[in-house]
Design a protein around this ligand. Structure first.
Ligand code: NAD
Length: 311
């Protein structure tokens, strides 16, 4: 297949491209390096089945031009503002990079006749709701971050475009993903700050924030497996691991993997790391489990592996 990976210079997108190329697909990556980097895709330079466009996906005319030229069979839409903490101070970043990029891709799919789509949604669409009852049909969906709100808006657009144009669409809602080429988040920050000062670490919140962390290799395997055959309409899955890691637990794993002892932890206090952060999270994974998929690593194993990846 000829596939578009929108946002493919980013963390998850670049890992997905490696897997898609390994499966024999031709990959066109479009990214404007808003968060992604040249370094993430530099190993693909000269690959005969890889093409790159440095392009802002919020520009509809340019997006349509790429679609007209490349004639895609499948679109993997990974582009978004992924730094939720940063957009808390500037919501328009979400409107442009999360919402508008999605509208433009859907509109280009409509006019150019592309029918198959994978979309990265997020557990942030559930807002503060958590627990075993939070399955794919949970309502009301009430996001508490601008990021979650724009992703939910994207899901609304995807529902309508899929219905109106007979698309085959897969939507994954997943929580924190970690692994090689990570750009932000607790694991990334802790490693970076402990490299600069191995004696102490400031931790946002009270350290009890507790979330599941999913290794990027597990997510990419799940994406490639479930996009092989897509039914018509929108299929939504919660995707994640069953276990969680606390922020203090992450700090301890990072110290252990870096061989650091007696590091002083300083807590800024409060329930969440920042406003819009969801301090504890777990949701229902019965649907993806019933479909035969389980994460291969626990959350703590994913954290430890990631520290070794990014060191
Ligand atoms: P990332 O920031 O590394 O990748 C997103 C890419 O999109 C970046 O390379 C960025 O430059 C690109 N991009 C953003 N706006 C663009 C624009 N206007 N034009 C062109 N390119 C643009 O983030 P990631 O962690 O790889 O996330 C990939 C997808 O998964 C995103 O949609 C994100 O919202 C979603 N997601 C990520 C996580 C996570 O923990 N990383 C969790 C849930 C959902």
């Amino acid at each position: 297949m000829k596939v578009l990976v929108a946002g493919g210079a980013g963390f998850i997108g670049s890992n997905l491209i490696d897997a898609l190329l390994a499966e024999g697909h031709s990959v066109v990556c479009v990214d404007n390096f808003f968060i992604g980097t040249r370094k993430n895709i530099e190993h693909l330079h000269g690959h005969e089945r890889f093409t790159f466009y440095e392009q802002d996906l919020a520009d509809l005319a340019a997006v349509k031009q790429i679609f007209r030229k490349e004639k895609f069979d499948f679109v993997f839409h990974m582009a978004a503002n992924s730094d939720i903490q940063a957009s808390a101070a500037a919501p328009e970043v979400e409107y442009k990079n999360t919402y508008t990029t999605t509208f433009n891709i859907l509109e280009a799919m409509r006019t150019e006749g592309v029918k198959r789509l994978f979309f990265c949604s997020t557990s942030a669409v559930y807002g503060d709701a958590q627990g075993a009852h939070v399955d794919e049909n949970y309502a009301p969906l009430a996001p508490i971050s601008y990021y979650g709100a724009c992703k939910l808006g994207c899901e609304g657009l995807i529902s309508a475009f899929t219905y109106m144009n007979d698309f085959h669409t897969l939507v994954f809602r997943f929580p924190n993903v970690i692994g090689p080429r990570l750009t932000h988040g607790a694991v990334f920050d802790f490693v970076k700050r402990l490299k600069a000062d191995p004696t102490q670490l400031t931790i946002l919140g009270d350290g009890h924030q507790c979330k599941p962390y999913l290794y990027v290799g597990d997510l990419v395997e799940c994406i490639t497996r479930f996009t092989k055959e897509l039914p018509q309409g929108v299929t939504v899955y919660n995707v994640g691991g069953e276990s969680q890691s606390t922020v203090t637990g992450i700090a301890q794993i990072v110290c252990r993997e870096m061989g650091l002892k007696n590091v002083q932890f300083h807590y800024t206090g409060g329930r969440g790391g920042w406003k819009g952060d969801v301090p504890e999270f777990a949701y229902n994974l019965d649907k993806i489990h019933a479909a035969g998929w389980h994460a291969s690593m626990t959350s703590d194993e994913a954290v430890a592996r990631t520290v070794r990846d990014v060191l």
